[in-house]
Design a protein around this ligand. Structure first.
Ligand code: HAM
Length: 421
């Protein structure tokens, strides 16, 4: 038997219904906030991620699916979406459009990570980005859009945590100070942090090893060393969120695993998955587009891990997503196939979900199958009724049956389905 690639998933029905419903809700809410969908390639030049996500990050240094194509060009299966959005912004001259540009996207991302609950090698993100707005108001808007989306899904227990990374110049100063503070304990840091010390010292703050955490807890938080401008920026974001009653918790050690962030960074965590399985991550990246050779266009956005989100969906949302009105159509005998097909088509057009029996079951077996399909109503097309221009409509929930003229079947079935609600 050929098995799926490690870290990929088969998402089977009926779970796919949840995915569709989540994506529909995302499109509706984000469109409501003025975001238009952008569809980007899964394959990008490797250099795009090296220059944006950063060479010293875990993603670029050990998690990318990178390969040479037939002409020897280095390509990478995208590990995230923001870099592609920035590339597409520059390449398509999107700076010419009215600013800011509000974009949304969803789709698969690829990271060669160690497998654990909620961590896959192919996973899906839903994200939005605002390009061309440097104000705190833009940060506020994306967090309000995020909060609204999560509330639409029925979440009321998720926690938004936020930090101030300052500007790149602040970060240089912060890293120098961090190293000074940690130098006496350098030998006590784990092997990974020893490597991070030179390659990407900010990542030491993210280490999960208990001793590293203890040492980091003693150091000065990054937000304490940022410029006045950066401090005002993030304070304004926090004040505005507070004013619209969106609770946000300060996370002084939050740094995020990608190099392009500055000032506001945030994450969403759930009590069920814990702090290490983050549901959503985002932040501001005002130098990303200019670092890629574009104009000085600021940006802010986030991406939700859809796999993780689905894992903790509220029951109320699942009930809604699985709430469907199914009709089965049961043709009995040769002459019934054409009328059954026509009837199924008309029922679908009237908004029902129809399963037509096409394997030649008897009436008894057909009714049993209807039960398994969770059907509310079965339409039985027996030879005798058809000869009279009629069909039997069986209300499976109440166990009642009636005969109706063929041209009245759709109307009557729709009526019965409505009574169910
Ligand atoms: P990120 O934090 O790397 O940020 O990923 C965002 C979310 O994707 C995570 O919070 C998590 O829910 C999900 N995720 C990441 N890796 C995996 C995995 N291996 N398995 C399952 N889910 C995963 C970014 O990607 C940024 N581009 C977000 C952003 C958009 N910042 C600004 N705009």
């Amino acid at each position: 038997m050929i098995r799926k690639v490690k870290g990929t998933r088969d998402i089977l029905p009926p779970e796919t219904r949840l995915w569709n419903e989540v994506e529909r809700t995302a499109l509706r809410v984000f469109e409501g906030f003025g975001y238009s969908e952008i569809r980007l390639p899964l394959l990008e030049p490797t250099e795009l991620f090296v220059r944006t996500v950063g060479e010293g990050t875990d993603i670029v240094s050990k998690e990318m699916y990178t390969f040479a194509d037939r002409k020897g060009r280095s390509l990478t299966l995208r590990p995230e979406g923001t870099a592609s959005v920035a590339r597409a912004f520059i390449e398509n001259g999107l700076g010419q459009r009215p600013q800011p540009l509000r974009l949304s996207y969803f789709g698969p991302m690829f990271r060669y990570e160690r497998m654990q609950r909620g961590r896959y090698r192919q996973f899906s993100q839903i994200g939005i980005e605002v390009l061309g707005a440097a104000t705190p108001a833009a940060d506020v808007e994306v967090i309000v859009a995020l909060h609204t989306f999560l509330a639409e899904l029925g979440f009321d227990n998720l926690i938004i945590v936020l930090n101030n990374l300052g500007d790149p110049e602040d970060r240089e100063r912060f890293i120098a100070g961090l190293k000074t503070e940690l130098t006496p304990h350098r030998e006590e840091l784990c092997g990974d942090c020893q490597r991070r010390w030179d390659e990407n010292p900010l990542r030491i703050l993210d280490c999960k090893v208990p001793r590293c955490r203890e040492l980091v807890a003693e150091t000065t938080p990054v937000a304490d060393v940022v410029s006045e401008d950066a401090r005002h920026h993030v304070a304004a974001v926090e004040d505005a969120l507070d004013a619209v009653s969106i609770p946000v918790r300060r996370a002084p050690r939050l740094v995020r695993g990608l190099d392009y962030y500055l000032r506001t960074v945030f994450e969403v965590i759930s009590p069920e998955l814990g702090e290490d399985t983050v549901i959503c991550g985002g932040g501001r990246y005002d130098r990303l587009i200019s670092d890629l050779g574009g104009a000085a266009v600021p940006g802010v956005g986030f991406a939700i891990g859809e796999d993780r989100l689905i894992e903790v969906l509220p029951q109320s949302f699942k009930d809604r997503a699985f709430d469907e009105r199914v009709v089965t159509v049961l043709p009995l005998g040769d002459g019934s196939v054409a009328p059954a097909t026509a009837l199924a088509r008309d029922l679908v057009r009237a908004g029902a979900t129809v399963h037509t029996e096409v394997t030649g079951r008897s009436l008894k077996a057909g009714l049993k199958w209807s039960g398994k399909m969770n059907s509310s109503v079965a339409v039985i097309l027996g030879e005798q009724e058809l000869a009279e221009g009629a069909a039997l409509i069986r209300d499976l929930r109440r166990g009642e049956q009636e005969k109706a003229a063929l041209d009245r079947v759709v109307g009557r079935v729709v009526e019965l389905l409505r009574v169910e609600e």
